[in-house]
Design a protein around this ligand. Structure first.
Ligand code: TYM
Length: 332
């Protein structure tokens, strides 16, 4: 059976980008494959969270996994730092990861720009830790959004390099995956790039947002001054609104606004109102589940403990093999 691994960083609440890029696929895949979904709390340390923020975020991501329909019976849900075997594999893979290739990684270059005062080694080796997450379970499919494509390419490089170096076939090649073929990039509300937490307040709609907050964010989304002639191409900001509509609205609604854009009668206020209502329709049942599950501390504890056990069994098997191949004593 095919093995699937993916994770989301514990940096707070999840947004629509996380959902449509990753989580939606997790839910579908859990019934078809052997799935491991984790909460990437080691990775979140690159931004130096306080212990209480870290604890809150881990619990929140776990809650939101369950609220979106990940079933702990069907898949293994665990906290990344509950599996220190990952850290050992990360160390081993780092020995064959070259500084030059890590420095060329787009996400590293972005981070240098975003946090110039905190360019730590964890940021540089972010892709090796990701590769360790994936290879520790020998996964072949990794459901992620478009922004992770390069990281998956690096995971393949590290897997193949290990195999070549030791003349083994220990690691299969992992590939980024999305149902419906091409990887997804959910745009933000600020008229430019992708939806994301570090892209500024108001750019992202969270699964835990209250109805009034969603309305306010959408009504403030960047648009433009409107088309002046039929067939005019859409600006990035307006295209983003249509892309978001494509995720949550009916086909007929999208067609209606597309037509009114093309004949220059569109009123962005009306379009945003409709988009806000359709988003609320999508998000409010999820939010209610988040509130219900978030209050069930016992359930969350149990899921974390059971997930840790199942993940450990799988990781030990891989590390036993890897340590023996490298020439270390057997430990696990
Ligand atoms: P993170 O927390 O940044 O993102 C989690 C997932 O959400 C997707 N995503 C998006 N997809 C589409 N449009 C967006 N605007 C958008 N924003 C976020 C990301 O592509 C990702 O799938 N490094 C990973 C976490 C990780 C991981 C792994 C993933 C650590 N180890 C091993 C897979 C396998 C990340 O970016 O998290």
């Amino acid at each position: 059976m095919e093995v699937v691994v993916s994770g989301i960083r514990s940096t707070g609440n999840l947004h629509l980008g996380n959902y449509f890029g990753a989580l939606r696929n997790f839910v579908k895949m859990q019934h078809e494959s052997r799935c491991f979904f984790f909460i990437a709390d080691y990775h979140s340390l690159t931004t130096h969270p306080t212990p209480s923020d870290l604890k809150y975020s881990v619990k929140q991501v776990l809650t939101e996994y369950l609220a979106c329909g990940i079933d702990p019976e069907a898949s293994t849900i665990y906290v990344q730092s509950d599996l220190p075997q990952t850290a050992e594999l990360y160390l081993l893979l780092n020995m064959n990861a070259y500084v030059g290739e890590l420095e060329r990684c787009t996400s590293f270059k972005d981070k240098i720009r975003q946090q110039p005062d905190n360019v730590n080694a964890g940021l540089l080796t972010y892709p090796t830790l990701m590769a360790a997450d994936i290879l520790i379970h020998k996964a072949t499919k990794v459901p992620v959004g478009k922004d992770q494509e390069q990281h998956l390419e690096m995971a393949r490089t590290f897997a193949n390099r290990f195999n070549r170096l030791y003349s083994t076939e220990t690691f299969p090649e992992p590939h980024a995956f999305n149902f419906g073929s091409s990887l997804v990039k959910v745009p933000g509300l600020d008229g430019s790039g992708k939806m994301g937490k570090s892209e500024g307040e108001g750019n992202a709609v969270f699964l835990s947002d209250e109805d009034a907050v969603i309305r306010k964010k959408i009504m403030r989304a960047v648009s433009d001054s409107g088309p002046t002639e039929s067939g005019q191409p859409k600006s990035d900001a307006v295209q983003n609104l249509f892309t978001l509509m494509g995720l949550v609205s009916d086909k007929s609604t999208i067609e209606h606004f597309d037509e009114s854009y093309n004949n220059c009668t569109i009123r962005y206020g009306d379009m945003k109102k409709q988009l806000a209502e359709d988003m609320i329709k999508f998000i409010s049942p999820v939010r209610e589940e988040i509130n219900r599950i978030g209050a069930d501390t016992k359930l969350l504890e149990r899921v974390m403990n059971e997930g840790k056990e199942k993940a450990t069994e799988s990781a030990n098997k891989t590390l036993r093999e890897v340590r023996s191949i490298i020439g270390f004593r057997s430990l696990y």
